[in-house]
Ligand binder design. Structure first.
Ligand SMILES: Nc1ncnc2c1ncn2[C@@H]1O[C@H](COP(=O)(O)OP(=O)(O)O)[C@@H](O)[C@H]1O
Ligand SMILES: [Mg+2]
Length: 206
């Protein structure tokens, strides 16, 4: 088994599952947490992530297939998507794909899912399809405020990790998002995003 990423919360390995390439995601023990609380949190996030990966696929979001879940080890074995994280693509590709990403986020929200960790590393381009991964922090919610938090995060990531293309990428993201959720909901959410941002600026000044 090959370790491909040591994250703050989980380690990711490349492995095999019945001869298919697979990814093993194991949530790590956190020693600063009380141990029974820690195992409860790890179990909950493992359940949530595996359920959401599968649920999102039922309404058309490309996600990895979940092959196996072990709650005792808080691990998930899933299909490896052997593509490239959007983060690592060329700037022109990121701009182009931002519209598709906006559509995917719109579909998630329309179906009552807040992703909770919308970064460009959590979208993988494979064979002209954008896959969504990393649902460990996702939530079932129809609250516009929660959906606005998702948009605020991806905007922040575009601003920091892709500053040069931010304006074009964000514009395309919003076009895609609007085409799925409709003008009314789009207006509501983007207003909330502005509100969150002005609160942020105010907090900085004070
Ligand atoms: N199913 C998968 N197929 C291909 N790569 C994956 C898959 N799952 C995770 N990865 C890779 O591992 C990285 C970390 O996994 P992720 O689930 O996002 O955990 P983290 O919570 O640490 O961000 C991803 O950014 C991606 O590069
Ligand atoms: Mg991730």
């Amino acid at each position: 088994m090959k370790l491909i990423k040591k994250g703050a919360e989980a380690d990711i390995y490349q492995t095999k599952w019945q001869n298919s390439k697979a990814i093993l995601k194991i949530r790590k023990v956190k020693n600063y947490r009380n141990s029974s609380l820690d195992s409860k949190i790890r179990k909950q996030r493992t359940i949530k992530e595996s359920q959401m990966i599968s649920h999102a696929r039922t309404f058309g979001i490309p996600t990895p297939l979940v092959y196996f879940v072990n709650l005792e080890k808080s691990s998930i074995v899933m299909q490896e998507i052997p593509g490239t994280p959007v983060r690592d693509l060329s700037e022109s590709k990121i701009i182009k794909l931002s519209k598709e990403i906006g559509k995917l986020v719109g579909m998630l929200h329309k179906n009552g899912i807040m992703h909770g960790d919308l970064t460009t590393s959590n979208f993988i381009l494979f064979k002209n399809m954008v896959y969504v991964i990393d649902f460990g922090l996702s939530q079932n919610t129809m609250k516009p405020e929660d959906h606005a938090v998702d948009l605020r995060l991806i905007k922040e990531i575009l601003n920091s990790a892709h500053a040069k293309i931010m304006q074009f990428a964000w514009k395309n993201f919003l076009l895609g998002y609007k085409s799925v959720v409709g003008t009314f909901y789009y207006t509501k959410i983007t207003k909330l995003v502005s509100e969150i941002e002005s609160r942020g600026r105010y907090a900085e000044v004070v």
